[in-house]
Write a protein that binds this ligand. Structure first.
Ligand SMILES: [Zn+2]
Length: 291
């Protein structure tokens, strides 16, 4: 059994505030250790229940998406990191047609931008995007990835993060196992399970998820949203009129609604995710080379 693991940083055990996940933060180097240990816990739990092969892909957008400690990661796992990866995407291995996976785990993921605040909650861009909607509803990175996975016949089997992201993923991926490693009190405050205890929770949840997979008890659930995927990226700042004109001239596949919402539609979610990620660059420059 081969498992794809997407790892982000805001939902890692111990991580509480934005300073924990950027290079200048007091605890950033320590958070990299927690991040690596959370992944190792998921691998150990899954391995004990019968999984044998793991690809870990980094999803945290600082330091060019290189945050795991390669000396400490389980040596049997492969790691996908750095940018670009054939476009502005953090799911290169998941979307690779030559790859096959039996399940996806989400480790250290965070809640989506929206009303109910999770620790480090945002969708795609913490600084630039106020909200990301798909087919009229706010959507988070975990759900986007789960739609891509489902399209490839891959169930989303485990989420590890705060209580808010776990609840969000249960709502869109029935049967998913959860490891709640902290309870959000705000975007930057929480009730924290210390990493060593949290990693035991992750290992147990990964073992439960793998046992379900081995027993055929976790079929691929039909996503809540279906193609075509109509995205609305609401930015925090207005876009300059000259930039709007340039977007319309050079990228007719995107529209600008009002002064700060970029919209587009695509039938393939992996492509739509790349398009959503590029909007922060489009909003600044009005033109990008490729996505
Ligand atoms: Zn992140």
């Amino acid at each position: 059994m081969r498992i794809y693991i997407s790892v982000d940083m805001e939902g890692i055990s111990g991580v509480t505030r934005w300073q924990d996940v950027i290079s200048t933060g007091q605890d950033y180097q320590r958070a990299r250790q927690w991040m690596t240990a959370d992944v190792n816990a998921a691998i150990a739990g899954a391995r004990a229940a019968g999984a044998g092969s793991f690809v870990v892909e980094e999803n945290h957008g600082v330091e060019d998406l290189c945050n795991l400690l390669l000396d400490e990661i389980d040596p049997e796992a492969d790691v996908v990191r750095g940018i670009p990866r054939g476009g502005a995407t953090t799911i290169a291995a998941l979307a690779d047609p030559d790859e096959h996976f039996d399940a996806m785990f989400l480790i250290g993921h965070h809640a989506k931008a929206g009303d109910r605040v999770g620790i480090g909650a945002h969708t795609i861009s913490y600084g630039d995007y106020r909200s990301v909607r798909c087919n009229g509803r706010p959507i988070g990175e975990g759900e986007i990835f789960s739609v891509v996975a489902a399209g490839r016949g891959i169930p989303t089997a485990l989420i590890a993060g705060d209580d808010v992201v776990c609840e969000e993923m249960v709502a869109c991926c029935p049967g998913i196992e959860t490891a709640v490693v902290k309870r959000a009190l705000s975007k930057t405050g929480g009730w924290i399970v210390p990493p060593v205890r949290a990693q035991a929770l992750i290992a147990e949840a990964a073992a439960r998820a793998t046992t379900k997979l081995v027993g055929g008890e976790l079929p691929v659930a039909a996503p809540r949203i279906e193609a075509p995927f109509a995205f609305e990226i609401e930015l925090r700042q207005p876009i300059e009129p000259a930039v709007v004109a340039s977007i319309h001239d050079h990228h007719p596949e995107f529209s600008v609604d009002g002064d700060r919402t970029i919209t587009f539609t695509h039938t393939d979610m992996a492509t739509a995710y790349r398009m959503a990620a590029i909007c922060s660059f489009l909003a600044r420059s009005g033109r990008v080379r490729s996505y």
